[in-house]
Design a protein around this ligand. Sequence first.
Ligand code: UDP
Length: 414
Amino acid sequence: MHAPSLPDRSIEAYATVTDGDRLERLQSLAETLDGVRVLHVNSTATGGGVAELLRSIVPVCVDLGVDTDWLVVDADDEFFEVTKAIHNGLQGSGAELTEAMKATYRDVTERNATEIEDEYDVVVLHDPQPLGTIDRLENAMPNATFVWRCHIDLTAPAAEHLAFVSEYAKRVDRAVFSRAAYRGEIDVPSASVVHPSIDPLAEKNRSLDEGTVAAERDRLDPLSFDAPVVAQVSRFDPWKDQFGTLEAYRRAREAVPDLQLALAGGMAGDDPEGMELYERVAREAVGDPNVHVLTDLPDATVNVLQRESDVVVQKSLREGFGLVVSEALWKRTPVVGSDVGGIPLQVEDGENGYLVAPNDVSGASDGVVALIEDERLRTTFGANGREHVRERFLLPRQLADLLEVFVEALELDG
Ligand code: UDP
């Protein structure tokens, strides 16, 4: 296990983006949790939504006075191939889980659990990767409350993968899902729902001065914002359907000949499939100078890409939540997204973007064209998107929901 380095965050800074009642509620929950030690465990310090959430939530908790640590599992590719198969299986289609794969999972989670030296009152295990640590931790910390924060949609899992994960999940004290429906059939003692959020003060989401925007636009050259741009920002992952986005772009280009497509994606440390998919997407894009496949962009560049694009697309086939949707809406960029997972919580069809069925390439293309061709519509949708995210998907709201779960689980008087 290792502890990632964290940025500085102060709760007071959020007063510029959220209302005072919410901040007061947070302070009061933090007081209730005075003296409680919290540990978050996940499987990567960078890349993907969970790392993104923890990078902000952990330092804000510390600033609020809640004693909070974050540890990341140490493992090699063999383990992450197993956990990616589990992740895919929980979403409906993953490689078979052999006895050898299960043994790898048990060995690595056991070894990582032995490296946790301190004792905690609340241990939050994020997603299936660190869940197996409970085997050892429930004995090492008999008084701790275990929370499984599941960011995955469990509504249509493969039975074999669900059965494997359930053996661990049923032993936590409480599970937390991103939507009520996600709990599916899994056997957990009790469940809460907490919608994720973005951090409006993070480099990726904060407002930028003109000079920075200009410099980042230059960095993205030959992509040019002087002509229409549609972008998708996602890990290279089959569920994110970059090929569907490419096809939607090709159709949209028939109506908008100078349209450009930016497909920006990173490789998360716990996702061994990424490189292969990236190479396939890059090969598919070769020959079209208006398609830009971009990797490992710094956060300020992602910020500018989401901010300056005319439309953001999120054509996922399954999606736990899809932080990238709120990230774009917060920057006043309308989103054409699939009607799956957490996307419909964020995209309000005809208000801040368009929702299309996950396989509806021509619907996605029509949505893109409608927005590219109508600047006033983009401005209206952009303003609506900003307010929708301000109300529901900023960090102080999520953090208050999470701290409430801790207060309830510990049966403290909040
Ligand atoms: N991300 C990034 N650079 C990339 C691709 C993704 O910084 O090239 C970030 C993205 O901005 C978002 C997170 O990774 O903050 C992805 O979270 P999301 O919930 O959308 O999807 P996940 O990867 O967790 O399935």
